[in-house]
Design a protein around this ligand. Structure first.
Ligand SMILES: CSC[C@H]1O[C@H](OP(=O)(O)O)[C@H](O)[C@@H]1O
Ligand SMILES: Nc1ncnc2[nH]cnc12
Length: 295
């Protein structure tokens, strides 16, 4: 068995993980509340995968109502080492055509009012986020997507809007002027939280539309998005199979695996018990709940 364990967050149109061997739902509770839905674990080509649908089965949660903290926390509890997020995205560039994939590498956060940190009450941490996506994992996902037959663009800046409404035309033009390549509603705070949980994160976006900057006749709507996603969901699942087959057997450590070592500012002896208990998965490496206990 490989020592990689890939957590997959399925976005709009991807509510099932596809063919996992020995698939089973695992009951996991989180101190951060209810995750979006059942957590399914299984294997592909000897690699462990754990899947959660971001908006829940039946797409019952809008982007502002997803409990991103609970989703990342349960993936961490399941033992995931790395997270591959899959999302429907709007294109802000002519060459990023509906049906294409984008291995997103940068993020602009325009969301508001979402819980964006595991830390802050009793233990304070400031993790670096200059490169919110793990280049190694993103590169592996990109190669896998190509092998699965997708046209995938390497790199792209994703602007995360609060939604749930799509953007105004003025906003869409503004994001293009900022240099953003694609638009969505969910990558933040998901990427922030993955970093805090010491989980390398990659985001594979599937372009579904040209938002509303390009052609007033073709402004984005949900029906079109679902049509494109329907045609692409199988490719996304095939990408996961290719990823499993291509992962090196031994997972080399990533600097993200230990990022909290240099990010927590509150001295250990000041950590509140409540915060320590809540962070028993996210900061598992550092939380010794019973330091005085004898074997
Ligand atoms: C269904 S259209 C808008 C919806 O789709 C994207 O979701 P996800 O990133 O989970 O695939 C977008 O961010 C919006 O939430
Ligand atoms: N145009 C768009 N804006 C925001 N989120 C999206 N998800 C898919 N297309 C989108």
């Amino acid at each position: 068995m490989s020592d990689w364990h890939i957590g997959v967050i399925g976005g709009s149109g991807l509510y099932e993980p596809g063919a996992l061997e020995d698939a089973q739902e695992i009951p996991i509770e989180s101190p951060f509340g209810e995750p979006s839905g059942p957590v399914t674990t299984g294997t592909i080509s000897g690699v462990k995968f754990t899947f959660i649908a971001r908006h829940g089965a039946g797409h019952m949660l809008s982007p502002g109502h997803v409990n991103y903290r609970a989703n990342i926390d349960v993936l961490k509890r399941a033992g995931v080492t790395d997270v591959v997020a899959i999302s429907a995205i709007g294109s802000l560039k002519e060459e990023l055509e509906p049906g294409h994939f984008v291995a997103v590498d940068q993020l602009i956060d325009r969301t508001a009012g979402r819980e964006r940190s595991f830390f802050g009450e009793g233990i304070v941490a400031h993790v670096p986020l200059a490169d919110p996506v793990c280049a190694r994992l993103s590169g592996l996902a990109e190669t896998a997507a190509r092998k699965a037959g997708a046209t995938i663009h390497k790199g792209g800046t994703y602007v995360a809007i609060e939604g749930p409404q799509f953007s105004t035309r003025a906003e869409s033009h503004l994001y293009r002027q900022w240099g953003a390549d694609v638009i969505g509603m969910t990558a933040m705070p998901e990427a922030r939280l993955a970093r805090e949980a010491e989980l390398p994160y990659a985001l594979v976006g599937m372009v579904t539309d040209y938002d509303c900057w390009r052609d007033p006749e073709g402004d984005v709507d949900v029906t079109d998005i679902l049509k494109v996603m329907g045609a692409n969901a199988d490719k996304a699942r095939a990408m996961l199979a290719q990823l499993a087959a291509a992962l090196p057997k031994k997972r080399k450590a990533s600097p993200i695996d230990t990022i909290l070592d240099t990010s927590i500012i509150t001295p250990r002896d000041k950590w509140s018990t409540a915060a320590t208990l809540r962070l028993d998965a996210v900061a598992r490496r550092l939380v010794n709940l019973f330091p005085d206990a004898k074997e």
